[in-house]
Design a protein. Structure first.
Length: 124
């Protein structure tokens, strides 16, 4: 069975918030993959979490964009004790550099081409 084609997180009704986590990992990162999977599962439990996207390159640069309904949802994720432990582990073991940017989304739109349909786009 093949996995579904990747899709970006859809546009939501603004306003909502993004948390952009950009990092460069060290060469050796034992335990990173398991922790990343756990964090991906854990953040889904946060009320107000809307979704996330992640991309990385072979050189260790990674970008994760999380989408949250409001600042309280972001604060709840930040207060999560297991997430705090993973953050400390990241600083101690996995990251050479990282930055976090939080922004309020004022406008949003998305487009999806369905098989056989014309490229018409959607704005909202």
């Amino acid at each position: 069975m093949s996995s579904p084609a990747p899709r970006p997180v859809p546009a939501f009704e603004p306003p909502y918030y993004t948390v952009v986590f950009t990092s460069v990992r060290l060469d050796e990162t034992p335990g990173y993959g398991e922790t990343a999977e756990r964090m991906a599962a854990l953040v889904r439990e946060v009320p107000g979490f809307l979704g996330y996207e992640h991309a990385s390159d072979p050189g260790g640069l990674g970008i994760t964009v999380g989408y949250f309904r409001d600042e309280e949802a972001i604060a709840a994720w930040r207060r999560n004790l297991e997430h705090q432990t993973a953050q400390r582990r990241g600083r101690d073991r996995w990251y050479r550099h990282y930055s976090v940017h939080i922004a309020r989304v004022e406008r949003s739109h998305s487009f999806t081409r369905e098989d056989g349909e014309e490229d018409t786009g959607t704005e909202g």
